[in-house]
Unconditional design. Structure first.
Lengths: 122, 122
């Protein structure tokens, strides 16, 4: 087992669709989130804004089954290779990276956020 | 043009091979690094440890030609889709994410770091 480096208790996680290899999102994990991800097989993160652990899909049902976790040469960043239920992005796009820098949309909307999250948004 | 959000002047950049779609590395950019990347078409970053701008490949020759830049829903993370010369990782592996959490190597070494960087390492 490698010794991961957490910075202020957190490590960045790149989330990649195991099949399409699209980058779906980027989030942060603390040690407990990594442990819960390994134990449960489902992606857990730590929300910096809400300052709490969360399981992807707990509200939307859009869980991420984690097939493999990779780490980088410095052991300070992770890749979760996942099977994504529904979509990764709360906007309804499959990937959070659905736009180029000029705002051009390059991904497809797969759900209506109002129906999934209700009118309050996420 | 979207308005990117920098945190302490920096934005995380996920680097993805445009052809294989492998995640090659993760690095940080400041506003100048993003500007230089867009202007030159080659990946630039900001080193947090050396506190300076750097162009990927400036020492190794392993440049990254940036074909497209994507941003996420929050506009606080980027993906550089690149054509990688040589390898992304200073260890000689094509991707920095060459190991699973238990240390199993899942990538292929494509160069000898001593020959590219000399004995001092990087």
């Amino acid at each position: 087992m490698l010794h991961l480096k957490f910075s202020d208790g957190l490590i960045p996680v790149i989330v990649q669709d195991a099949q399409s290899k699209d980058v779906l999102m980027m989030a942060w994990a603390n040690e407990e989130a990594v442990r819960l991800t390994r134990e449960s097989g489902f992606a857990h993160y730590f929300s910096r804004s809400r300052k709490k652990l969360w399981k992807k899909g707990e509200e939307s049902g859009h869980f991420q089954k984690v097939l493999r976790i990779l780490t980088d040469c410095d052991e300070d960043c992770l890749v979760y290779e996942v099977e994504q239920t529904g979509a990764a992005c709360h906007t309804g796009y499959r990937s959070c990276f659905y736009r180029t820098l000029d705002g051009t949309v390059v991904d497809t909307k797969v759900f209506d956020p109002e129906q999934v999250y209700g009118k309050k948004g996420h």
